[in-house]
Design a protein around this ligand. Structure first.
Ligand SMILES: Nc1ncnc2c1ncn2[C@@H]1O[C@H](COP(=O)(O)OP(=O)(O)OP(=O)(O)O)[C@@H](O)[C@H]1O
Ligand SMILES: [Mg+2]
Length: 490
């Protein structure tokens, strides 16, 4: 398979498995994906288990004779033992004459020709294995298939670990007892639109699970705000929250900044120094602009995530880190991976929990709420007496493109509050950034965009009343309904 196809397949797969929080359902899905992808006839997944006789327990299986399944799993134990002991995958085209598995009754009895068995691993720990076999084709399992399954095994292991952590938390009923209204969860985060609530729901789910998080979204969408909220509401609250911008420093300085250094390790290193990882100990390290991190440091961050270990520059010993990592980027990491600028293993590791923050133009319903919030704050800050926003001005806010997202929105409101001489913000009080001017003046828009914005803004003004909206716009109700249906707003 092509490298790119492999990446795309893995990417789709992680999108699926990362969303499954029920461990049993997840294990079934992992098996199903592996079997389908490699056209295997039978398969099972096992997890290491110290208390079990064989050292592992089978947790999901497919196409085994359910009465004799136990014997058949045991029959493959030589293969599995090799994988669990060495941590290396096994691939064989002709299992019956492979001397490694000579003693295996099952292989003989079932006339199994091809076997593939790969470890599930997180870092250096082997947590289980996936076994697949086929009695049809000797060529069913290729080296490419093995490569694919090896990466898949790493991803699946992380997903399984997460699901297990999540379900044990759920069992303890920690914080997850009832459905919580996420709109009130983080008091300083504003937004009630569906898209925004969806993003916050994921953030809420992972508060107490110490898993790495990737926050994606355009500039100004609130990535840092959400990162802090996760820290402040999770088990690490009260401990340091340390933010580092990965694009701020050249590679060598960034390395000593993050990991610290030993006296004499380079000119100017006159004493030992702690890195930010140590400063953040017990708390959260926020790695902003992670897409700009040099490849060499990406490898070190991956190691930190997997083994919780790192090394100061010039040190000969490893240190153990006690931090949660939240990474953020406004760049397209998938493209960076395809172009070789970002390690795929680090990407997949971070992407387990991907919280995507939508741009403001995709959650316009939140604009009135945000306007009210920022207005109140600005009025207090600048000691003004302004009690609202004129509907016409609001319509303009609703129609704007907001390329700078909430950050730009906040600035525009603040500036208007400062400029305003009356008791209400009016159109004249608003100054939009050059290049980010009101959508109504934008010539890069298509007529259809323009039409849609006017309609949406008017609907908002009419509080969703379609008859009045149609009247105001001078169109028939049927025409309006037809348009809304076309956009899926029905
Ligand atoms: N939902 C929100 N509610 C209230 N304030 C918000 C919200 N989203 C963003 N903000 C405010 O907008 C500003 C920008 O947010 P933040 O710094 O978190 O963006 P970012 O995604 O990290 O941007 P960048 O990619 O440019 O670093 C901050 O002042 C933040 O408080
Ligand atoms: Mg930021």
């Amino acid at each position: 398979m092509e490298q790119k196809d492999n990446f795309n397949a893995l990417y789709d797969i992680t999108k699926t498995i990362n969303l499954i929080l029920d461990p049993n359902e997840l294990l079934e899905k992992v098996l199903e994906i592996a079997m389908t992808h490699l056209s295997a006839e039978r398969g099972f997944v096992m997890l290491s288990d110290q208390n079990a006789e064989l050292g592992y327990t089978v947790v999901a299986f497919k196409n085994f004779n359910s009465k004799k399944a136990g014997d058949e799993f045991a029959g493959s134990s030589s293969v599995i033992k090799t994988v669990l002991d060495t941590g290396e995958p096994v691939l064989t085209f002709d299992a019956m004459s492979d001397e490694r598995f000579e003693s295996s009754v099952s292989i003989m009895a079932q006339k199994i020709l091809s076997i593939i068995c790969i470890p599930l691993r997180t870092g250096e720990r082997i947590t289980g294995a996936v076994y697949l076999d086929s009695s049809k084709s000797r060529k069913a399992f290729t080296d490419d298939a093995l490569k694919f399954l090896t990466i898949f095994g790493n991803l699946a292991a992380i997903a399984i670990e997460n699901a297990q952590q999540y379900s044990s938390l759920k069992a303890e009923n920690v914080r997850l007892k009832n459905e919580v209204d996420v709109t009130h969860l983080f008091s300083n985060i504003i937004g009630a639109s569906e898209k925004w609530k969806k993003a916050l729901e994921i953030a809420h789910r992972v508060l107490d699970v110490d898993v790495a998080i990737l926050l994606t979204g355009e500039s100004g969408t609130g990535k840092e705000l959400v990162a802090r909220a996760i820290h402040d509401n999770g088990t690490r609250k009260g401990k340091p929250f340390v933010a580092v911008n990965a694009s701020a420093l050249p590679e060598n300085l960034m390395e000593s900044e993050l990991f610290g250094y030993m006296k004499g390790s380079f000119t100017g290193a006159n004493s030992d120094r702690k890195g930010l990882i140590e400063v953040a100990s017990g708390g959260t390290l926020f790695l902003d602009e992670i897409g700009d991190l040099p490849l060499n440091l990406q490898a070190k961050i991956l190691r930190l995530l997997q083994e919780k270990e790192y090394r100061r520059v010039g040190d000969t010993k490893n240190k153990v880190a006690d931090i949660r990592i939240i990474a953020a980027t406004n760049k397209d990491l998938e493209t960076a991976v395809k172009e070789g600028r970002f390690r795929d293993d680090l990407f997949f590791r971070l992407n387990v929990i991907d919280i995507h923050l939508p741009p403001l133009r995709d959650r316009r319903d939140d604009i009135p709420l945000l306007a009210k919030y920022f207005l109140k704050r600005a009025v207090e800050n600048y000691k003004r007496s302004i009690d609202g926003i004129h509907p016409e001005a609001m319509q303009m806010l609703l129609a704007n493109q907001w390329k700078g997202n909430v950050r730009e929105f906040q600035n525009v409101i603040e500036r208007a509050v400062v400029l305003c001489r009356g008791s209400q913000l009016t159109k004249e009080d608003f100054v939009f950034n050059a290049g980010d001017s009101s959508a109504l003046q934008k010539n890069s828009m298509t007529l259809a965009d323009f039409e849609r914005q006017i309609i949406e803004a008017t609907l908002q003004e009419m509080e969703g009343n379609r008859t009045r909206t149609a009247e105001r716009l001078g169109v028939s109700l049927r025409w309006l309904q037809y348009r809304l249906k076309e956009w899926g707003s029905e």
